[in-house]
Design a protein around this ligand. Structure first.
Ligand code: PRP
Length: 215
């Protein structure tokens, strides 16, 4: 039997994924060691491998087949736009992609003005403003702490993830428009899905059953 390889977005998402997989009998003891510097973890009996990567690289590993399966946020899937099968909503990591800014920026959106939009997600921002809202804007790519942009005058609004809303609130900003809901998703390489259909489908069914019970 060949190995089934999982690419997980490192951090909270990976921890929650391992907890879920454990409940359906897919475990990986060597991954639990908090001091480990290993990058790849194996369960020889089950013939599964796991590796952790930066969230935005997960779709790349899965597209090229370096991983058969990936777990990553819907935000990253949308931003990367790679050909993958999205097979399951895991139901955790729930948040929203939103257009945010100071209340004073609301009128620029209403009048479809040519404003500047800062985001870690330029493709999502572009798709939303150009194709959905039909508003011409200038998109500025940032790599983090995006809430700074409207405060220091880099942009009028931002496109960013809102979970609790605390970051916005503490910086005098708010949600102006909601773009879409987000959560952790399981993605599968298109060739792997065909080659390993039985194993992968069983995994999906087991997880579906488990997540349905949790609701
Ligand atoms: C995310 C996001 C917001 C914040 C939202 O940032 O970009 O800044 O979390 O969470 P809240 O609504 O609960 O306050 P992250 O922590 O990933 O850091 P970054 O912005 O530096 O990438």
């Amino acid at each position: 039997m060949r190995y089934l390889t999982f690419a997980l977005a490192k951090g909270r998402l990976a921890k929650q994924t391992m907890k879920l997989l454990e409940q359906i009998g897919i475990t990986c003891e060597e991954m639990k060691d908090p001091k480990t510097r290993k990058l790849i973890f194996v369960n020889e009996e089950l013939k599964v491998k796991f590796f952790l990567s930066k969230a935005s690289d997960v779709p790349t590993y899965v597209e090229y087949g370096a991983a058969d399966i990936g777990v990553v946020g819907k935000d990253t899937i949308l931003e990367e736009g790679r050909p993958l099968y999205e097979v399951l909503d895991l139901g955790f990591g729930k948040c929203k992609m939103c257009v945010c800014g100071p209340e004073s920026a609301r009128e620029y959106l209403e009048h479809k003005e040519l404003i500047r939009v800062a985001s870690k997600y330029p493709n999502i921002a572009k798709e939303y403003f150009y194709n959905k809202k039909l508003q011409t804007v200038e998109i500025i790519k940032l790599n983090g702490s995006v809430e700074l942009a409207p405060i220091v005058g880099l942009s009028e609004v931002i496109v960013d993830i809102v979970e609790t809303g605390t970051t916005l609130k503490e910086n005098g900003l708010g949600v102006l428009e909601e773009i879409c809901p987000l959560s952790a998703r399981m993605v599968v390489n298109q060739v792997s899905y065909k080659l390993e259909q039985e194993r992968i489908q069983k995994l999906i069914n087991d997880l579906k059953e488990l997540t349905a019970k949790g609701e």
